[in-house]
Design a protein around this ligand. Sequence first.
Ligand SMILES: [Zn+2]
Length: 179
Amino acid sequence: MNVTEIIFHDTCRATLVVEMLETDAFTTAGRPHIPRILFKLLPQMATQHCFNDDGLSFRREAQDTEIPHLFEHLIIEIQDQVRRGIGVPLSGETCWNWTVDPRGLFYVTVDYDNEIVALGAIRLAENVINALDSHDLSRIEALNLNREISRLREIAKISRRFCSASRLAGQIPIPMGGS
Ligand SMILES: [Zn+2]
């Protein structure tokens, strides 16, 4: 899975273009270890809200879903952990249309409140998904999510590049970037 394009909209949402190879499995159905290890690494992720066609919990939905959809939830989870659950709830969406786009191309849209943290979360989530997908134990063991999330928390503290628009009415305005 490759993130080939990231567009930061000034509405606190980012759109990612995600490409999967024709040879990749697009869903978790035949790769149950991906959600299993992910929920072991980040247990609270299984409790996330998910709006899917069958009204399934995210834990159930994750057993048979497009891998970029899992990726979307992972980006939200990492940002939530960096924020320690404080702030406006973040959400996301995954869509595709292979009647016009090549097979394996997905658009993942995620909310963010700090562009730098969002970029870090996107790249970390991409690494995590690809490590799990590789089935390479050493790559999976080398993932130190707690350390990476602590690093992003440090970046959040010093970074002033917050998103410029308040998405929700009544939200306390977030300071604009200084430079
Ligand atoms: Zn979902």
